[in-house]
Design a protein around this ligand. Sequence first.
Ligand SMILES: C[C@H](O)[C@H](O)[C@@H](O)[C@@H](O)C(=O)O
Ligand code: MG
Length: 397
Amino acid sequence: MTLRTHPPRIRHLRAYTVDAPGGGDYHDQPTGHWIDDQIATPMAVYPEYRASRQSFGLNVLGSLVVEAEADDGTVGFAVTTGGEPAAWIVERHLARFVESVPATDLERLWDQMFRATLFYGRKGLVLNAISGVDLALWDLMGKLRGQPVYELLGGPVRDEQVFYATSARPDLAEGMGFIGGKMPLQHAPVEGEAGLRANIEQMRTMRERVGDDFFLAYDCWMSLDVPYALRLAHGLDGLGVRWVEEALPPDDYWGYAELRRGLPPGMLCTTGEHEAGRLGFRMLLEMGCADIIQPDVGWCGGLTELMKISALADAHGKLVVPHGSSVYSYHFVITRHNSPFAEFLMMAPDADAVVPMFSPLLLDEPVPENGRLTLPDTPGFGVRLNPECALRRPFAH
Ligand SMILES: C[C@H](O)[C@H](O)[C@@H](O)[C@@H](O)C(=O)O
Ligand SMILES: [Mg+2]
């Protein structure tokens, strides 16, 4: 009989915020950044909140940094969105499950964190916090075992990964080697027929600027209703638009199913970046809501949950192309056949250069070169915290 070797235990779980823009909260950018301004949102019904997403608080949370320290001194960490409220959840609630437990007991820890927060959690901020802890534990496990996380997940299924770019300027992204470009939709339904025409014309202009083989997509960031989304989609027919993304509020499973049924042939329905947990994705898959699901590994429950979501999608014959989340999704995508490419968010203010997604918070954060990336074999997720970004620990326990 082989006895289980005793891994180090987790000595301490710590949660920090960062009083600087960018990092885990990539929407928190200085004024004038393409990612915050003139984008259709659910708040566009209120004219005073239309011009910039920062006006209604898209950047209000800030970054969450979670550190898990083992009793041999090894430290794993992860970065996501969540700021002070998520830091409170980690320190005052989740830490009790994690501290003094073997550092490799990820499955049990995830289950305890999820069950214990059901009465106020399930989705949203609490899942961001659980994701942050889970990812820090995967980083720690990689460091303890001296292996990159993608090896812990079963190893790569291809040598390198290719990327599409989310950008206000897909035409520039094409020149940088990306395989496709996803633009933010600018005009919401409240802007009427003129807005609808402008949305279609903007895509037509972009199609004229890029090659036929370069795919385009529209990111609608929860801002539409079914009739508008269908009119938009049919107006875009023939422009090589591969998908229409997150057209509806995340809980409108019935609307997504109707939208998907009504899309022009060849145009896909995608969603999921604001969905969480395997049961949320089960709704999307079983109700026929999406052709590609897009969980964010920093928001959906972390890697432990993403593996289950991905297996479920695979069983439904669907692709998983995670939302953003940099190294935390790259280490996953490279290990899964049903994740054939990854997203890269163009974080340069004018979308004219490749900038690491969580800049300036991480060091060694890999970026695609010529649209491609081979992950290094550094243990864990292979990134370091930038010592120039001051961390604050508001709820130390
Ligand atoms: C550009 C989009 O509106 C969001 O900012 C982006 O985070 C997300 O929706 C995406 O798919 O990358
Ligand atoms: Mg999106």
